[in-house]
Design a protein around this ligand. Structure first.
Ligand code: SF4
Length: 327
């Protein structure tokens, strides 16, 4: 293989590690491109360390509003939950294409490893959607796949690619040894994709149904208990760390609720239009229910907006919250 640059979609998972090493050992200059978002968030410091240890350059790109647009209406639909895997992969590859120029574009995908997004049909759809027909090199399964243009152009040699197929990882130890990769010496940045998790998917769907799918709102989904009171979202901290984060994440127009004098949660009430006093009182009653004063007949709840105290409500704790659950 000649000296050429490869832009590799780099998640930091085992397959992308193998792809990076295989390409690097074959003489390519490898640029790992990691797409990050609150839906799939890895520890970026660990990821940088991993790239350094593999001897590859790393570029980190944050998914933009266009990701949310895609998520609302993916061409190829969703997987088991709200994971639009084919469109998501195509999105990521479009981002690579924007920076890769005429260089090779590659992924660590394995034929047949995932039912929705890693089969021949899905590979074709991803290529079509990303505008990269025959320009996505999948070195882990390359021997089993139709030749890419890179092979046709002679800048990739098929016999140097692997023939991995399916979910089995039986061949991995041997491959890693051949490539000179010792996983014990490498950081393994944790973090899966929340879009594949049922409970999280319900919360994303709720944002979509209420036309509230923004990154600011998505970021809140990672913390606290989430309830819906009409056109308002109530997010309640479950511990001190979350209470502090909610304060940090609150934005102009949000109501912050908390119980003065008794340990209890901090909560954000975020409404699209000005809420009724009854909605704020309901939110206060729910906040009171999670405070240490929940057995009292009434609990004082402070309501702040834009850093200013706007109300002190004396409310009865509300225990029956099923009607506010996001299902
Ligand atoms: S699992 Fe999540 S990050 Fe991975 S392709 Fe599917 S939607 Fe995208």
């Amino acid at each position: 293989m000649g000296k050429k640059k490869v832009y590799l979609l780099f998640s930091g998972g085992l397959d992308s590690i193998i792809a990076a090493k295989l390409l690097k050992n074959s003489g390519y200059e490898v640029v790992g491109v990691h797409i990050t978002s609150p839906f799939f968030q890895k520890n970026l410091e660990e990821l940088k360390e991993l790239a350094e240890k593999l001897g590859i350059e790393l570029k980190i790109i944050e998914a933009g509003d266009d990701y949310l647009e895609m998520l609302k209406n993916p061409v190829y639909g969703y997987g088991k939950n709200i994971n639009p895997c084919i469109d998501c992969k195509a999105y990521m590859l479009r981002k690579l294409k924007e920076i890769a120029g005429n260089n090779i574009i590659a992924t660590g995908e394995v034929l047949g490893q995932r039912p929705m997004s890693q089969n021949l049909d899905a590979f074709r759809k991803i290529e079509k959607l990303s505008g990269l027909k025959r320009r996505i090199l999948r070195p882990l399964s390359g021997k089993l796949l139709p030749p890419t243009l890179y092979e046709e152009e002679g800048i990739v040699e098929k016999e140097k690619l692997l023939d991995l197929k399916g979910r089995s990882r039986k061949k991995y130890p041997e491959i890693l040894e051949k490539l000179g990769v010792n996983l014990e010496n490498l950081p393994t940045p944790a973090g899966g994709c929340l879009l594949t998790e049922q409970a999280f998917a319900k919360k994303v769907k709720d944002l979509m149904d209420n036309d509230e799918l923004t990154w600011e709102n998505v970021r809140l989904l990672r913390i606290g208990r989430h309830l819906r009171i009409g056109n308002c979202k109530l997010v309640i901290g479950r511990n001190k760390k979350e209470n502090d984060l909610l304060r940090e994440y609150s934005k102009e127009g949000d109501f912050l609720l908390w119980t003065p004098g008794v340990p209890g949660p901090t909560a954000i009430l975020r409404c699209k239009i000005k809420p009724e006093l009854s909605q704020i009182k309901t939110a206060a009653g729910i906040v009171a229910r999670y405070s240490d004063a929940k057995e009292e007949p009434s609990v004082e709840v402070v309501v702040e907006k834009n850093g200013k105290l706007i109300n002190k409500l004396l409310v009865k704790p509300i225990f029956d919250i099923n009607q506010f659950a996001i299902t």
